[in-house]
Design a protein around this ligand. Structure first.
Ligand SMILES: C[S@@+](CC[C@H](N)C(=O)[O-])C[C@H]1O[C@@H](n2cnc3c(N)ncnc32)[C@H](O)[C@@H]1O
Length: 266
């Protein structure tokens, strides 16, 4: 399958997921975002955003889903906030949440690879959250796009699943005594033919998904090629996603997620 076919499959899959999340969680979220205290940040994000100082910064979020995280960024004092997501249905949910929150946040439906050039050089910070980069077949081209969106000196904050967790099959592995069943250096994407939803485990998604495994070597190389310089990098034994949360009970403490802050060269 070529990149366009994969992204189109993901658009359909995330539209299917959106219908599940709408039933399971949107009502509560529409209420929650009305609060001026609404915030999705965990302790790591609070600390890192404290260091970045969001006040007045123009922020872009790629693969922003229903924009609940971008709404939190705006509530934390950011300037212009723009999100992009490929799913029509999640963009529609984002617009409803933004309206409920009564905030000036823009969310557009776009494949991250096709974001119009008018947004280039428009942002002080790009924010990528958990469950983003694996959906993207070409990491180098994606991070090059991120660099184009940033102003010189602009920062990138990634808070993602650790690539090491994908050596385990989360559906069949005992998280307390996990067995390595996949190579860390696999080239082929993991192909999910449906599976349990991460917001509503009672529901399952039928669509096929292609999760692209990007090693830390590939992430670092793509950042260097894009002219983005690392400022801080931390690995954590907690998990920032429900998909691998059980692995955090492992007594030997596995690397489950990471936070990376980097800056586009001046
Ligand atoms: C798990 S969410 C990640 C965002 C956020 N952390 C969350 O949990 O809601 C993954 C998002 O990536 C989006 N996505 C996947 N491929 C994309 C692409 N090529 N361009 C833009 N968005 C994409 C999906 O539509 C989905 O909303």
């Amino acid at each position: 399958m070529n990149e366009n076919d994969i992204c189109e499959a993901h658009r359909k899959g995330w539209n299917e997921t959106a219908a599940i999340h709408e039933r399971a969680a949107l009502g509560d979220l529409l209420e929650a975002v009305r609060s001026p205290d609404f915030c999705t940040f965990d302790e790591v994000e609070k600390r890192i955003f404290g260091g970045i100082d969001l006040a007045g910064k123009d922020v872009v979020q790629l693969a922003c889903n229903n924009a609940r995280e971008l709404i939190s960024v705006k509530r934390a004092g950011a300037g212009r906030c723009v999100g992009f997501d490929i799913s029509d249905a999640f963009v529609d949910q984002a617009h409803r949440l933004i309206e409920a929150a009564q905030l000036d946040v823009e969310v557009l439906r776009s494949n991250v690879y096709n974001i119009p050039a008018e947004y280039d050089n428009g942002f002080d910070l790009a924010y990528l959250t958990v469950g983003t980069i694996g959906w993207l077949p070409d990491l180098s081209r994606f991070l090059a796009k991120v660099a184009e969106l940033l102003r010189p000196g602009g920062q990138l904050f990634i808070y993602e699943l650790h690539p090491f967790v994908f050596v385990y099959d989360e559906e069949t592995t005992d998280p307390i005594d996990p067995r390595i069943t996949r190579s860390y250096f696999r080239d082929e994407p993991l192909i999910f033919h449906g599976g349990q939803d991460y917001v509503d485990p009672e529901s399952s998604v039928e669509s096929t998904g292609y999760w692209h495994h990007h090693t830390f070597g590939q992430i670092m190389t793509s950042l260097i090629e894009a002219g983005i310089i690392l400022e801080s990098f931390e690995e954590f034994p907690h998990c920032n996603s429900s998909t691998h949360a059980e692995f955090a009970k492992q007594p030997n403490r596995l690397p489950l997620c990471y936070a990376l802050v980097a800056r586009k060269q001046m």
